[in-house]
Design a protein around this ligand. Sequence first.
Ligand code: GLU
Length: 466
Amino acid sequence: IQSMIMNQVRTRIAPSPTGEDLHIGNLYTGLINWVMARKYEGKFIIRIEDTDRTRFVEGATEKILDSLKKFHIFYDEGPDIGGPYAPYYQSQRLSIYHEYAQKLIDSGHAEFAYYPKEGAGKKKDYTQAIESSESKDESGQSSPKSIEEMITRGDWVVRQIIPKNEKVIVHDLIRGDIEFDTNELSKQVLIKSDGYPTYHLGVVVDDYLMKISHIIRAEEWISSTPKHVLLYKAFGWELPIFAHLPILRNPDRSKLSKRKNPVWVSWYIDEGYLPQAVVNFLALLGWSHPEEKEIFSVDEFTAAFELKDIKPIGPVFDLTKLTWMNGIYIREVLSHEELQNALYVYDPTLKEIDGVLLKKLIEVAKTRIKTLKEFKLMIMPFLYPEERHLDKEQKELLDAMVMELQKISVWDQASISDVILQNFIQTKRVNFKALYMMLINTDKGLPLADTFAAIGKEKTLALFHE
Ligand code: GLU
């Protein structure tokens, strides 16, 4: 708290461009980091950790940045907008890591180690610790003198020297103090033989140089943190505040995974979830509103949120709850204009529908849909009827209905409903399911009388003709 008042709050997420898109877990971490920065009038930074060239996915960075914007999470510094600590791509900062790795070597906190390639074609896993302490290669040559020499020679790495028999305490704002025994920590590779840093060196150097005050990240990084703490100490740097967020879980409590839950954030956009609803839902994972509120804006969240109030127990990611919440946003939270805009963003082709007509359809549909996708699916058959194949009896029935509907002088829900009910449903000439089938090729949909009233007489009657 002290340092939060004295120094500027600077938070960050450091995604690796190794997947299709932004992971929903990273969106959660991003949200919390962003909210912390907003709350304390600080800055939120995006740094791209693209040093694992073997897992690099072309276009992933752009996708990640674009996805954050879609959820209205805006950053103050980042790879595409720059900032005072640019570059924000780790792959463009190699000389910085070399400089700091050299400092560690000079002060006895890191060393060169010979790490010969395994069988041809075999991918070398540098993230695994290497314990062999060879200081000569097979031809008897001893350690390189510099990182440049190391890179030219190949097969050498820089690794961290871990002190023996020491305790490292990680102070975690959410979990309290976590104690580690240095004898259990592996000698971490810091610079790989190709000159790229590993995550551990990159993250420490950059968080320090970029003046990150709070490192808020997922629980899975806790076990790496003592190695980072040792590096901060080796450099003589003041430690940032650490907070490890609980990892999101599937309903069966296993770690959130592709097989059980959609993990890429574009899925949520494509399915018609509102960014506001997703953010509200994520806010409630691991945190609850002091007044037990379930529906609140991001501003309200920012005001009420305290990092220390996050519960460390893995919250269950319940899609059903998100869908319910999305329905509430559609029905109650968004104004008509906001909903219409959300629909236009969701599917720009909806702009082709006359504004007055769309407004009426929104009114009819909004209490019956939980996603924007459902809206589109429900209105389309009424506006752009598909081809249907009706038998003679069905055709006669629809013709009879047209005759009755045509007689209506004031085209409103009540009169339309009367005609359908009195002449056809109550006299058992047809039931609703069958009527829906004949009109829109599916056995249920938006309430007919309301929808007919909304789309007008002409469009309605057209629907009754094959
Ligand atoms: N590059 C790491 C990731 O992909 C960053 C972890 C951290 O925030 O320190 O999540």
